[in-house]
Design a binder for this molecule. Structure first.
Ligand code: ASP
Length: 327
């Protein structure tokens, strides 16, 4: 009897995750890096928190009405793509040649359908181009001029190059060239944006959008649009969006690796995210990830001093944070 009781208790216990499962949940990021209190002016701090809150509100509005995780991540990303504080859409970093080349991806955990785009130059919302590729083409990944043409053919909103370009990002490119810095050293922070949602039906989705890294050349593509590296979603495990030094995230297969640990090892979202970020760090990379699960458990993990981040779940108040010492 002494043996049987604990076994029965385990068999019939509702898993903690299921007990606590919110009706829906959403987590977002706006990049990781050397983000410390003395690096941001009070105005920047305030504007970034306001933008994160607006993105959470846009995604929550979808989820609260019973909308899909896919629609929610797209809605949240639209807000961040339009906000010049983040390295995605408007405010994207400059290439070596002084242009903005945008990468994005979206994935539906329900079907594992995915769409991704790299090096596009004229679509106001690259995440929606990724979604159009997923839903309206036979392909997963389009790049460059062909992807721009597909965007026009799909009648997605086009924007002039001046829409994406901001003086601050141009200054960063000029500093990089003048001081011969690396893409990372010029600003010491990444500004990619991402969202992971779980909807009322228990489906998850992930999306990521970025300008890549300052001074990128030769049509360099980072991890954000690489399915399994910067973006992944699978209802059997989790949804992940990453930010950081893309080359390391590609080599580690970060987003898929986190989902695989959850699926095959039964790890929690936090444990899996921490373990994979430790692997990235061991390779020499830095950055962070956000994770959401079919039980609506959100987690983030990063090895940088800060990460722009936020989360909200049904019935709860949204929280946003920037620095490591914030909850
Ligand atoms: N991960 C992105 C890239 O390597 C950069 C970022 O997170 O800001 O393209």
């Amino acid at each position: 009897m002494r043996l049987i009781l604990p076994v029965l208790a385990t068999l019939f216990a509702t898993p903690a995750a299921a007990q606590d499962a919110p009706r829906w949940s959403l987590a977002i990021h706006g990049g990781a890096g050397v983000i410390e209190r003395d690096k941001l002016s009070p105005e920047q701090d305030k504007a970034i928190r306001a933008a994160l809150n607006r993105a959470l509100a846009a995604g929550s509005a979808v989820l609260d009405k019973g909308g899909s995780a896919l629609d929610a991540v797209e809605a949240a990303i639209h807000v961040l793509e339009d906000d010049p504080h983040f390295n995605a859409g408007r405010g994207a970093v400059f290439t070596w040649d002084g242009h903005n080349e945008l990468d994005a991806a979206i994935m539906d955990g329900r079907t594992r359908a995915a769409g991704a785009v790299a090096g596009v130059t004229a679509t106001r919302h690259p995440v929606s181009l990724a979604r159009a590729i997923m839903e309206k083409s036979d392909h997963v990944f389009l790049a460059g001029a062909g992807a721009d043409a597909f965007s026009r053919a799909q009648k997605l909103e086009q924007a002039d190059p001046s829409w994406f370009a901001t003086p601050e990002r141009r200054r960063q490119l000029e500093t990089l060239k003048a001081k011969n810095l690396s893409a990372i050293d010029v600003d010491r922070k990444y500004g990619t944006v991402g969202a992971v949602a779980r909807d009322v039906n228990g489906h998850v989705a992930a999306a990521t959008s970025t300008g890549g890294i300052t001074g990128k050349r030769w049509s360099r593509i980072g991890d954000a649009p690489v399915i399994g590296a910067g973006t992944y979603a699978d209802d059997r495990a989790c949804a992940v969006s990453a930010t950081g030094a893309g080359e390391y995230f590609i080599r580690e297969g970060v987003a898929h690796e986190i989902c695989a640990r959850i699926r095959f090892k039964g790890e929690s979202a936090q444990a899996a995210a921490d373990a994979v970020m430790a692997e990235v760090q061991a390779l020499g990379g830095d950055g962070g990830v956000i994770v959401n699960t079919p039980a609506g458990i959100t987690a983030w993990s990063y090895n940088t001093p800060g990460m722009y981040r936020g989360r909200v779940s049904a019935g709860g108040a949204p929280t946003v944070a920037i620095y490591r010492d914030e909850p």
